[in-house]
Design a protein around this ligand. Sequence first.
Ligand SMILES: Nc1ncnc2c1ncn2[C@@H]1O[C@H](COP(=O)(O)OP(=O)(O)O)[C@@H](O)[C@H]1O
Ligand SMILES: [Mg+2]
Length: 169
Amino acid sequence: MMEEVAASLPSVRLVVGSPDRMRDLGRALAKLLRAGDLVMLTGELGAGKTTLTRGLGEGLGVRGAVTSPTFVIARVHPSLGDGPPLVHVDAYRLSGGLDEMEDLDLDVSLPESVIVVEWGEGRLEELTDDRLQIVIHRAVGDTTDEVRHVTLTGLGDRWAGTDLSALSA
Ligand SMILES: Nc1ncnc2c1ncn2[C@@H]1O[C@H](COP(=O)(O)OP(=O)(O)O)[C@@H](O)[C@H]1O
Ligand SMILES: [Mg+2]
């Protein structure tokens, strides 16, 4: 039993009832993040990945509104204070995988940034062992269109022992 507990990954499953609540979740999540962190968001188009990232940007206190980029696939939002910049990658439409990211030539140090990657459903690429994996599902058969099921899982040493349950408050 002890081994089972030690081996389990930090994970939390949330029901998010509206876009505003999704933003709140992003703001709360920002408090857990630090420079060098990678967050991978998976979910279909319209799941709420960008909405969550918007809250994250607000929580981190970065410049510029987080939007869905139409032509660029990555955008750097510098901190308004002394925190890390947010690098927002919208890889939803990326066909060639995250290798393409190396060609982006972002004018920022990735280890000193918080990186958020929006990714299409089922595309979980291992950019690094240490990452916060967030999967957003539209509720099937729920009573309103606005219900989303969000599962957050911390992978790697970075997240081992982290208590994600604070996010369910
Ligand atoms: N609970 C919810 N969380 C997030 N977005 C929601 C929710 N309910 C409805 N929506 C709507 O769904 C859409 C999500 O869009 P967006 O965040 O751009 O998704 P994605 O980046 O995953 O394609 C928005 O129009 C938003 O208003
Ligand atoms: Mg998006």
